[in-house]
Write a protein that binds this ligand. Structure first.
Ligand SMILES: N[C@@H](CCC(=O)N[C@@H](CSS)C(=O)NCC(=O)O)C(=O)O
Ligand SMILES: [Fe+2]
Length: 279
C-alpha cells in the first residue's frame, strides 16, 4: 500500500514556479487575470437517494487533463466515469472526505473499472485506501492541488479539501467540507467517533479562518442548496454562530434517526467500497 509521501514529494505534477520578478502593480494585475482564466474544470454532481454531492475537479490546461473525484457514490459511478471520458480527462484520484454512513462510496467500483486510480482518505479514518493524507498535505493534479485540513467532529477522520492558494491557483478558493459543515448546518456528532466539541473547534479553526469569499461545497444538502461561502456561514449558520456551550446543547438534542444504510455503508466504506486485489 502506498503512503502519502508518494504524492507529497512526487515530481509527477510539479507546481509552476511561484516567484516572478514583477513589479507589485503588475503582480496584482496578474492575480486578478489568473482568477478569471482558471485552469480548473469544476463540476458539482448529485446523487438523489442519499442527497450526496460528488465533485469533479481537473486541470484542463495540463496535457493529460488529470482529474479527481471527491466523494463518489457507488450508484452514480457510471455517470461520473462517462462524463470524465466525454470531457477527455484522466482520472487520477478518488477521494473520500470521511467514512460515510448513509451511502456506499464509489471509490472501490471506480478502481475496479479504472485500475490506475488511487483511493485517498485520512489515516485517522481507519479505512483502507491507497493513499493516506493528513493535515497540511497537498494532493496535486496537474499544476493545481488540494490542501488537506483535518476537521474531526462528525467522524474522527473527517477532512476538508481546499483548493490551492497562490497566484497560479484559481480564486476564489473552494473548500470541500464533507459533512463537517453543511449549508446552514453541520454534520451530526452522535456516531463514528463524533464529538460536538471537536466539530466546533474544527469549523472555527480550519474553515472560518479561510478568506470570507471562499466557496464552500458540502457532501450533502437536504433542502436544495448547492453552495455557500465562509462569510455567509459565519453570519447565518444557525448552529455554528452560537457559543460553544449552546452549540453542544443543540447537537445533543438533534434527535435524528440513524441513516437507513448505516449498517451496510460503514463496513463497506471501511474498505473504500470494493478494493482491487493489488491495492
Ligand atoms: N436521512 C438520511 C440521513 C440524514 C443524516 O443523518 N445526515 C447526516 C449526514 S450523512 S452521515 C448528518 O450529519 N445530518 C446532519 C443534519 O443536521 O441533518 C438517511 O437515512 O440516510
Ligand atoms: Fe457522514
Amino acid at each position: 500500500m502506498l503512503k502519502f509521501q508518494f504524492i507529497k514529494f512526487s515530481p509527477l505534477f510539479p507546481s509552476k514556479p511561484s516567484f516572478f520578478p514583477l513589479s507589485s502593480r503588475l503582480k496584482s494585475h496578474m492575480a486578478s487575470y489568473s482568477s478569471s482564466s482558471s485552469n480548473l474544470l469544476f463540476r458539482q454532481l448529485f446523487e438523489k437517494e442519499s442527497s450526496t454531492y460528488t465533485y469533479l475537479l481537473a486541470d484542463a490546461s495540463h496535457a493529460d487533463k488529470p482529474a479527481l473525484l471527491i466523494d463518489p457514490v457507488d450508484r452514480t459511478v457510471d455517470r461520473d466515469l462517462s462524463l470524465i471520458q466525454e470531457l477527455g480527462l484522466k482520472l487520477v484520484y478518488a477521494l473520500n472526505t470521511h467514512v460515510h454512513a448513509d451511502h456506499v462510496t464509489g471509490t472501490g467500483l471506480i478502481k475496479s473499472k479504472v485500475p490506475d486510480v488511487k483511493s485517498v482518505i485520512s489515516k485517522a479514518s481507519g479505512a483502507t485506501a491507497d493513499v493516506y493524507v493528513q493535515q497540511g498535505d497537498k494532493i496535486r493534479f496537474g499544476d493545481l492541488y488540494l490542501e488537506v485540513r483535518a476537521t474531526p467532529g462528525h467522524t474522527l477522520g473527517c477532512l476538508t479539501y481546499v483548493t490551492g492558494d497562490g497566484p497560479d491557483q484559481p480564486q476564489p478558493r473552494r473548500a470541500f467540507t464533507g459533512d463537517t459543515l453543511l449549508i446552514r448546518g453541520c454534520g451530526r456528532t452522535d456516531f463514528q467517533g463524533g464529538s460536538s466539541e471537536n466539530l466546533y473547534k474544527s469549523v472555527h479553526s480550519q474553515i472560518f479562518t479561510l478568506p470570507k469569499d471562499t466557496l464552500l461545497y458540502p457532501a450533502h444538502d437536504y433542502k436544495g442548496f448547492s453552495v455557500t461561502t465562509v462569510g455567509e456561514e459565519m453570519q447565518y449558520n444557525p448552529r455554528l454562530t452560537k457559543d460553544e456551550e449552546t452549540f453542544k446543547n443543540i447537537m445533543a438534542n438533534l434527535n435524528l434517526s440513524y441513516p437507513k444504510m448505516i449498517d451496510v455503508a460503514v463496513p463497506a466504506n471501511m474498505v473504500c467500497g470494493i478494493q482491487s486485489k493489488t491495492s
